[in-house]
Design a protein around this ligand. Sequence first.
Ligand SMILES: Cc1ncc(COP(=O)(O)O)c(C=O)c1O
Length: 367
Amino acid sequence: MDLFDDFARRAAAYRGAVDNSRVYPGKDAISRLQRIREPLQDDPLDASVVLSTLDEFGSPATVRSAGGRYFGFVTGSSVPGAMLSQLMATVWDQNAALAIMSPVASLAEEVSAGWLLSLLGLPDGTATSFVTGATMANFTALAAARHYLSKNLGWDIPSKGMFGAPEIKVIVGDEVHVSLLKALSLLGFGRERVVRVPTDDQGRIIADGVADDEGPAIVCLQAGNVNSGASDPIGAISRRIKKENVWVHVDGAFGLWAAASPEKKHLVDGIELADSWATDAHKWLNVPYDSGLAFVRQRQALIESMSATAAYLPETSSREPMQYVPEMSRQARGIAVWGRIEVVGEKRIGGLDRQKLPPGATVCLVA
Ligand SMILES: Cc1ncc(COP(=O)(O)O)c(C=O)c1O
């Protein structure tokens, strides 16, 4: 059988059974998985053997997070429109670093970036970065924040670094997600140096805990607490504290999608007032792993933080994907995002959250 036919048959069989198979693999499946722990053989193997080995021993040992019966963690599924778009991008093996390397990857990012701003109600002109997940989205947005505030204080972080840089206060809620602390530590802010503001019993920041006269400061708010689903009072805090030397960042790994739902957007009231936002396409948008998004209002600050130039790289006036993200060579993940939004259409976007669930299930996005 042709290799691609064999793949399609196996993939269809797996996905066809995913809703009715047990979610977590049994002990037998996990012990049989040891079969792939084999010494590297001397002679090459046919790709069809690799595929059948993976399917025979790997498929039964998967956690069926793509199915409607999986409710662990805050894990998305991957619906067909997104999954097939991603497979297409893999078939094409596109490098989404530069527009000249992949016009299709670059355009898919540009188009879906525009759609995303409109779906989420974020300000026109906001820059969008296609990264691996919310952790990297937080990192990317906070790098732009660090550069923007430092530059206004006369210090250029990309060239001079953090040693000797002017102090920037970083404020987080007591129930900040660990990934945001990780991003802050990677950026040289230090996990323990941040100022923690008390939260209520749902993990929401107590608004009065953030003073009117903070600055220069990065205030990190959250849309969607990982335990309760609750969001910080983003609008109330932003309206009061926003000024030139205060950058408001929102970690909305899953909660940001409430902004796309006419019935739920009141839960993230004022979200559009922030300066940057992080979210995951691989959570509520049900795009395959890995897929995160950073949005930064101050486009120039983002580009200056992420840009890299070399004699062999072309200087163009078009949108160069790698100038928006930490990586250079990278997967064309904007194509899956494009495919996903194209399939769902604008009118149905408020119903995105129901797509993974079995009929009759209750959706509880935010407590
Ligand atoms: C609020 C919040 N921020 C960040 C993350 C990290 O997301 P990722 O694992 O996609 O990097 C999560 C994951 O659940 C989250 O809930």
